[in-house]
Design a protein around this ligand. Structure first.
Ligand SMILES: CCCCCCCCCCCCCCCCC(=O)SCCNC(=O)CCNC(=O)[C@H](O)C(C)(C)COP(=O)(O)OP(=O)(O)OC[C@H]1O[C@@H](n2cnc3c(N)ncnc32)[C@H](O)[C@@H]1OP(=O)(O)O
Ligand SMILES: CCCCCCCC/C=C\CCCCCCCC(=O)OC[C@@H](O)COP(=O)(O)O
Length: 271
């Protein structure tokens, strides 16, 4: 191409960058995925050298490598309720799930020996998939409940045998509706089967800085509220529904309390 044409294009590019919020939205999203892929590529050999294979201890590598990422996007993460994570031994963390950006908040508070339950498709996500597998992430097939149930029953045993904590997203999918989705039951069966406490964690609404439909991705604050643990000792599968309802109501109250009242992306969810 002629140099004469290159010059205005070169000048236009930064202008486009600073003026078009849609362009910035896609650029930031692309950068997020690309950066995470690169970090994972660098993290994989570290994990292999440290533990030689699939091991929950590799979560420490991810936690350390992801902590700076928030600064690229001007995101502040404010945590409250740290004391509720000071529980000895295994427990199940449950949290709401709005976007893949949740990984940033997660890595801010992730306790030692804590891994997560994820959809099986994530294992195919290139270097990110491989580092997730190396870090002991438990993959489930959401379309086959019987398979998912047996994988989670095995996880309940592993939690106790290997003193592992598990992070589950009980909504079962990403949701940015300005409210919580009804909860799936897996996390509660897991906690009851292992007879371990549940620690609810609530992420404030991202609607004040990240709107998928409107293609807005600005800087902002994520509030993370860790709630007091809920004991499950002595509970049976009969108690799962009430345990799920109690957790949902506590988390919904906290979610509405810490989220700014901003226009919602898709309107409030109708139950
Ligand atoms: C260095 C660089 C690094 C780079 C980055 C790396 C980042 C990596 C770290 C972070 C990773 C983050 C990953 C995030 C990924 C998040 C996700 O993938 S979310 C999606 C996957 N997760 C879930 O789906 C978990 C929640 N879902 C469930 O628990 C579900 O219950 C289910 C087990 C999948 C089953 O779902 P479903 O059948 O649709 O619905 P239910 O109503 O819940 O269940 C039906 C029926 O079955 C009973 N039941 C459910 N579970 C059990 C069980 N474990 N045991 C026994 N019975 C069970 C339930 O009670 C229902 O019966 P009922 O009679 O109606 O009560
Ligand atoms: C086929 C591949 C599927 C996942 C591709 C993700 C690739 C992302 C790469 C880098 C981003 C940083 C780490 C993100 C890890 C979190 C992944 C995530 O949040 O998955 C979404 C899942 O919770 C729910 O998905 P659905 O909305 O139910 O569907």
């Amino acid at each position: 191409m002629d140099v004469v044409w290159m010059l205005p294009l070169l000048l236009l590019f930064p202008l486009l960058m600073w003026t078009s919020s849609t362009f910035l939205f896609y650029f930031k999203k692309f950068f997020y995925v690309a950066w995470m892929m690169l970090l994972a590529l660098l993290g994989i050999p570290v994990c292999l050298l440290k533990s030689g294979g699939r091991d929950v201890e590799n979560m420490r590598v991810i936690r350390a490598m992801v902590r700076h990422v928030k600064y690229f996007f001007g995101l502040r993460i404010e945590v409250s309720g740290w004391e509720h994570l000071q529980t000895v031994g295994p427990y199940v963390i449950i949290s709401n799930h709005q976007s893949s950006l949740d990984v940033l908040g997660m890595m801010e508070i992730l306790p030692d020996r804590c891994t997560t339950i994820a959809k099986k498709e994530l294992v195919y996500a290139g270097t990110v998939g491989l580092i997730c597998w190396l870090s002991g992430i438990v993959f489930i097939n959401r379309k086959k409940t019987s398979d998912a149930k047996s994988v989670m029953a095995d996880a309940a045993k592993t939690m106790l045998d290997q003193q592992i904590r598990l992070w589950v997203f009980p909504e079962g999918t990403r949701n940015q509706n300005g409210d919580l989705l009804p909860f799936k039951k897996g996390a509660f069966h897991l906690a009851v089967q292992a007879q371990v406490p549940i620690v609810p964690v609530v992420f404030s609404s991202y609607n004040s800085f990240y709107l998928r439909k409107e293609k807005q991705f600005n800087s902002g604050t994520i509030k993370l509220k860790i709630l007091p643990k809920i004991e499950t000792k002595g509970m049976t599968s009969e108690d799962v529904s009430s345990l799920s309802d109690l957790s949902h109501s506590l988390m919904r109250t906290a979610f509405l309390e810490i989220s700014d009242s901003v226009p919602q992306s898709n309107g409030p969810l109708k139950h």
